[in-house]
Design a protein around this ligand. Structure first.
Ligand code: HEC
Ligand code: HEC
Ligand code: HEC
Ligand code: HEC
Ligand code: HEC
Length: 217
């Protein structure tokens, strides 16, 4: 058989294979690091295409969370409002201000505004808004005083340890359903008594709450 390859071809082939493996490993590591660092940090404002202020809309103007996040009570995920929702007011209010240019561009071009995500749990964790809202867990227990935020950021770590703090002892945090959307709500002095009562009233299965399969299914 004639020699098509020079004598060092085997070594070359070997290095190509090892190099390839090394490349894949480095890629995996850097993607993991990238994912961790872009997983929005706590209390660090997330940049957005439009300087929308909850402090103005939900705070000063007192617009209810559900006006914009209309699915939060009935679905697993809360929705981010479409441009249409902004236009119910901004087709008349402050038309032509540069701060709203992005809203009008989106409306005219029929292109949704590309809001950056603030919260993003890993895909192997199940979460459901409506279950929490219906059981007397307030928005502010998890998201903080959104109605005072000029920008938007994650108020809590949203780690497993953090979720479990409540799932192991929900009575410390529950409030009457009527107070879920009241971000200024302060727990009463007898929170534990109230909490135990609400666990009963809302039929909360405290045994199931800390089990792995509740959140990982
Ligand atoms: C007038 C519409 C409007 C109202 C009212 C409103 N929001 Fe929002 N919300 C938005 C928009 C738009 C975003 C997209 C990102 C931003 O804030 O810049 C958002 C983002 C959020 C996020 C972050 C979402 C993510 O990407 O993880 C949370 C949490 C949130 N809102 C909570 C609330 C709560 C709690 C209330 C009620 C106190 C509320 N919002 C009232 C429009 C609204
Ligand atoms: C229920 C009515 C209402 C809705 C819905 C609403 N806004 Fe507003 N928005 C207002 C009012 C009122 C002001 C304050 C006007 C003023 O200061 O004179 C305002 C102000 C703003 C400003 C500041 C404008 C400036 O001149 O500085 C921005 C930006 C803004 N809104 C974005 C949004 C976006 C984005 C949405 C949709 C997610 C939205 N708004 C939905 C009523 C609304
Ligand atoms: C028990 C904690 C908890 C409560 C209570 C809660 N949230 Fe959330 N919220 C989360 C978590 C966790 C995420 C991220 C979900 C994901 O990434 O799958 C989130 C995400 C969001 C988002 C982004 C869209 C989405 O669903 O991913 C919005 C908007 C939001 N929440 C609004 C609200 C509003 C409004 C309330 C009150 C009515 C509320 N949340 C109550 C924990 C909570
Ligand atoms: C402040 C309290 C509190 C926090 C924080 C909290 N939860 Fe819950 N969670 C509850 C309560 C109370 C229930 C019980 C709902 C019921 O049984 O009706 C619940 C139920 C659930 C369920 C079951 C929903 C269903 O459809 O049966 C899941 C899944 C869940 N929580 C995931 C999470 C995750 C993930 C986090 C953290 C990101 C979290 N929770 C943080 C109080 C909390
Ligand atoms: C109340 C909800 C909840 C319960 C109950 C729960 N987990 Fe988790 N788990 C989470 C969340 C939230 C994360 C973090 C996801 C993220 O970082 O985005 C997580 C992450 C993990 C991870 C990945 C490693 C890490 O720390 O990020 C493993 C493994 C895990 N959980 C195993 C378990 C086991 C085993 C149990 C039962 C003993 C359990 N979980 C119970 C919510 C829960």
């Amino acid at each position: 058989m004639p020699q098509y390859f020079p004598p060092n071809a085997n070594a070359f082939a070997r290095w190509t294979v090892y190099g390839g493996i090394l490349f894949v490993v480095l890629l995996a590591v850097s993607l993991t690091v990238f994912a961790r660092t872009t997983n929005n940090r706590v209390r660090v404002p997330v940049e957005q295409p439009i300087a929308f202020q909850h402090s103005l809309h939900a705070g000063e103007l007192g617009i209810d969370c559900r006006y914009c996040h209309s699915s939060v009570e009935v679905a697993a995920a809360a929705n981010i409002p479409p441009t249409e929702t902004c236009m119910t007011c901004h087709s008349q209010i402050r038309v032509g201000t540069p701060q709203l240019a992005g809203v009008y561009a989106s409306w005219e071009n029929e292109m949704p505004i590309r809001w950056n995500r603030v919260h993003d749990l890993a895909d192997f964790v199940y979460f459901n808004h409506s279950a929490h809202i219906g059981s007397g867990v307030g928005c502010s227990s998890c998201h903080g005083r959104v109605d005072q935020m000029d920008g938007i950021w994650k108020a809590e770590e949203m780690s497993m340890g953090w979720c479990l703090e409540c799932h192991r002892a929900p009575e410390k945090f529950l409030r009457p359903r009527s107070e879920v959307f009241n971000l200024a709500y302060e727990p009463p002095a007898d929170q534990l008594a109230l909490g135990h009562e609400l666990v009963e009233t809302y039929h909360i299965n405290t045994e199931k709450l800390p089990q792995c399969s509740t959140c990982h299914r």
